[in-house]
Design a protein around this ligand. Structure first.
Ligand code: ADP
Ligand code: ZN
Length: 796
């Protein structure tokens, strides 16, 4: 008997099941077992996973070399899920398999480079690479080299070095990584005699003030590259070391600390019993739980999960971002204790695989996590609950770009379980499905506290501008903040995107300082005094002269930093907390900032979308939306939906306790109907307008949009490849093809980017045709160095 094996190293041009004989002396290998097999003409040892029965054994059928797992790591159901992910998201089978196995149990395959000749004066990048490898003990993996050298065409340079006999390569199957650690740097004792480069001196200066810092912080504050740190280490000036990451896992709870289940309100009860009967119906089903902010969706989830758990079934609860839902997490821990398992990217590899194993063994049956938890290896699935289902974090940014909602739907159908989509502002697609009877709709239109929704004031920023006031905070909002300070109440201020628009612009030529690798302007960060590219991470110290014409540079625009400065200037006596991607990158995490705010250590919390959702603080009675218009101007067809949701959510943070809340919306377009609908939290009004618009424009849910993204290093080869791709699509997929056209940001990390759109209907035949086109494209040698991905109904 033979087995079919999917290979880890396959790309989509040759990803298919390959037939192998079981290892010497065994009859068969169970599906879901990882194996090592010989592959290709050179019989290179490659990792694979057994999918099931293989084809007929031929004379030249090769034999599996060895098994990597004692028992299957995936069940037959999970293999079916992987095959579905492959066809739905145009990836290889193993790409899909890797979504389902925690990193701590993954055997990585890596190319390891070793130096054989001493670096000579061939000069340039090759010499630097050879020097780097020598400094790392004579060996370096490809991924280490990729982090150290952001050089374009690194792969090609390395191959050339191998051909020239400077390097040799070997493939290695690396065992799963040990405990996750963080890399630190500190100065070495003693004086440094040697001369330092300019960058080296800067790093040393920084470390003098910091005793010991994470490599990440040093890179952020000084713009140091991994190579410059390595050089300092080699010269004995600094030392690099690893330490276990400092972090908190949720506490284990004793039986007697568990909370009784919530007693539901009449509305909650109706939603709960409706959904419970769906979950127990023995048929696949889906429900949309539309509840205004503060209506108590969590209480409904808990009762539902309790009933399932009592019947030995399991549940998966997905949240948009773990750090932003401390309250929901805590509530589940206190309700289900050790039945809860947590899965998210903040866990160390070993914690993650620990949780994964507890789920697999059936010890944990209530899984809470971010999008990847949708793949949790639960058995006897009763329900998957997706909280705030419209959130963008449910779509993966890395290939395969799966959407957790779609994966959940597939799993619920296969397990005859219930899918619950919960939201204060459901996506238009979900509400449309509910209207058409595909989902059962349950509505909670009252706050649990019985309190009213916040009263909303508009601040007309146009009028302010006419008056010559260009401050970020309007007088209306200042007055309201002042009232709150007097009453000892707290305020949340919301401004989207970190460092937004804080550009350095030249007063003479008018140009904003751009990134050298990308076609975007860089953003100024006052925390480190640098201009940073939010696309590729490149950073430069701010200078006062324009790099292209030498004119004077001035800082313009507003970000959370500038708004914070205005508040502090006006109310010097109060304490303010800022939460954005900068303040949460280093030592101070989300949790500490939120904990401080909860304890009343600050009266104002200002931040990006991180403050917009999930928070439930009784003492917050005022919310300020600093720039409502920035939500409206994004170019894709989901812009309105996103803006409505974002603004409704953030306003919903106010007045959740006993005192009523209020909100101030600052805008240049106070008459905008979308803002009016968001102000009154009138979802139905918004939905009616939006669904009409989508119907008129033939946008989803009335059609599906297939998007292909293609990128390459030179414009000419990219253009030629894109045209070939468009032709192939037109021949085998059909439909109205739009493009190729430049992506909104045309160049990122020195790669040019184009897009092709097709309005179509997502069907199995379409997916197969697209898979075929991509596979042929990938196999065509003219397309070397060009990368292409496809996605249905992309979010941006
Ligand atoms: P949502 O997620 O719908 O915005 P939450 O689940 O955060 O709302 O609930 C809002 C508040 O009401 C929370 O403080 C929660 O503890 C409380 N609450 C909701 N339902 C109940 C209930 N049935 N019993 C007790 N407290 C409840
Ligand atoms: Zn860049």
């Amino acid at each position: 008997m033979t087995v079919a094996v999917a290979l880890r190293s396959a790309n989509i041009s040759f990803d298919k099941p390959y037939t192998y004989l079981p290892p010497e002396g065994t009859d068969t290998v169970l599906p879901g077992t990882r194996v090592l097999v010989p592959f290709g003409r050179g019989d290179r040892v490659t990792q694979g996973i057994v999918l099931g029965e293989g084809g007929k054994a031929e004379e030249n059928t090769k034999r599996i070399l060895s098994l990597l797992d004692d028992e299957p790591i995936l069940s037959p159901d999970e293999i079916r899920l992987a095959l579905w992910v492959r066809s739905r998201y145009y990836c290889t089978c193993f790409d899909a398999v890797r979504l389902m196995i925690p990193a701590g149990l993954d055997f990585k395959e890596e190319t390891v480079y070793s130096v054989c000749a001493e670096p000579s004066d061939i000069g340039g990048i090759k010499n630097e690479i050879a020097a780097y490898i020598s400094a790392s003990g004579g060996k370096a993996t490809l991924s280490e080299l990729r982090t150290a050298f952001a050089a374009p065409e690194l792969g090609r340079t390395l191959s050339a070095m191998v051909r020239q006999g400077m390097l040799t390569t070997a493939e290695k199957t690396l065992p799963p990584p040990a405990e996750k650690t963080v890399r630190f740097v500190r100065l070495k004792d003693g004086s440094f005699g040697g001369k330092l480069s300019k960058k080296g001196a800067e790093i040393v200066e920084y470390l003098k003030t910091e005793e010991c810092a994470t490599v990440r912080d040093v890179e952020y504050y000084t713009g140091a590259s991994p190579a410059s740190l390595k050089t300092l280490e080699k010269n004995g000036i600094v030392e690099l070391f690893e330490q276990k990451a400092d972090r908190t896992l949720c506490p284990r709870i004793c039986e007697d600390e568990l909370l009784p289940d919530p007693i539901l309100s009449e509305q909650q009860q109706k939603a709960f019993s409706g959904m419970l009967s769906l979950a127990l119906s023995g048929r696949p089903s889906a429900a949309l739980l539309h509840g205004v902010t503060g209506s108590g969706k969590t209480a409904v989830y808990i009762r539902l999960v309790r009933e399932l758990v009592n019947r030995s079934r399991s549940a998966i609860i997905l949240v948009p971002e773990i750090a932003l839902t401390p309250q929901l997490l805590d509530r589940f821990y206190r309700s289900f204790g050790n039945l809860v398992a947590l899965l998210h990217s903040g866990l160390t590899a070993s914690e993650r695989s620990g949780e994964w194993k507890r789920i697999k063994r059936g010890e944990a049956r209530v899984v809470i996590g971010t999008r990847s938890a949708v793949f949790a290896p639960v058995q006897n699935l009763g329900a998957i609950i997706i909280d705030e289902e419209q959130e963008y974090t449910y779509r993966s940014e890395n290939t395969p770009c799966y959407h957790a909602r779609e994966v959940a739907k597939f799993r619920a159908v296969r397990s005859e379980a219930l899918l619950v989509l919960g939201s204060a502002t459901p996506s238009v697609e979900s509400m449309y499905a509910a209207e058409n009877g595909k989902y059962s709709l349950y509505t909670l239109d009252e706050r649990y506290s019985g309190g009213s929704l916040p009263e909303v004031l508009f601040a007309d920023m146009r009028a302010e501008l006419r008056r010559g006031n260009s401050a970020t905070i309007s007088p209306v909002l200042f007055d309201e903040i002042e009232k709150n300070i007097k009453n000892g109440e707290q305020t949340i201020l919301f401004l989207n995107r970190r460092g937004r628009n804080r550009l350095a612009r030249c007063a003479s030529c008018g140009e904003a300082v751009g990134c050298k690798n990308c076609s975007v302007a860089m953003s100024y960060h006052s925390a480190n005094g640098r201009l940073m590219c939010h696309y590729c991470g490149h950073s430069e110290a701010l200078t006062d002269r324009c790099p292209s014409c030498g004119g004077m540079l001035v800082l313009e625009g507003a970000g959370t930093q500038k708004a914070a400065e205005e508040i502090t200037a006006r109310f010097p006596q109060i304490k303010l907390l800022r939460m954005d991607a900068d303040t949460t990158s280093g030592r101070t995490s989300h949790e500490t900032i939120l904990e401080k705010f909860r304890n009343g250590e600050a009266s104002v919390l200002i931040g990006t979308q991180m403050v917009a959702k999930g928070l439930d603080f009784d003492n917050v009675t005022l919310v300020g939306v600093l720039d409502a218009d920035s939500e409206l101007c994004s170019p894709d067809f989901r812009a309105s939906e996103r803006a409505f949701s974002q603004i409704t959510q953030v306003i919903g943070r106010a007045g959740r306790g006993e005192r009523p809340g209020r909100a101030v919306i600052q805008t240049y377009t106070p008459e905008n109907p979308l803002l009016r609908a968001a102000a009154t939290q009138d979802y139905n009004l918004f939905y009616k307008g939006e669904i009409d618009f989508r119907r008129k424009m033939n946008y989803p849910p009335f059609c599906d949009i297939l998007c292909l993204r293609i990128s390459g290093e030179t414009e000419a080869t990219l253009n030629a490849a894109a045209i070939r791709l468009a032709r192939a699509l037109s021949a085998s997929v059909g439909g109205e093809i739009i493009g190729p056209a430049p992506a909104p940001v045309y160049r990122v990390s020195n790669r040019y980017r184009l897009r092709i759109f097709i309005k179509t209907h997502d069907r199995k035949e379409l997916r197969e045709a697209v898979y075929g086109v991509l596979s042929d494209f990938r196999g065509d040698s003219r397309n070397r160095g060009i990368s292409v991905t496809a996605e249905i109904n992309p979010l941006e």
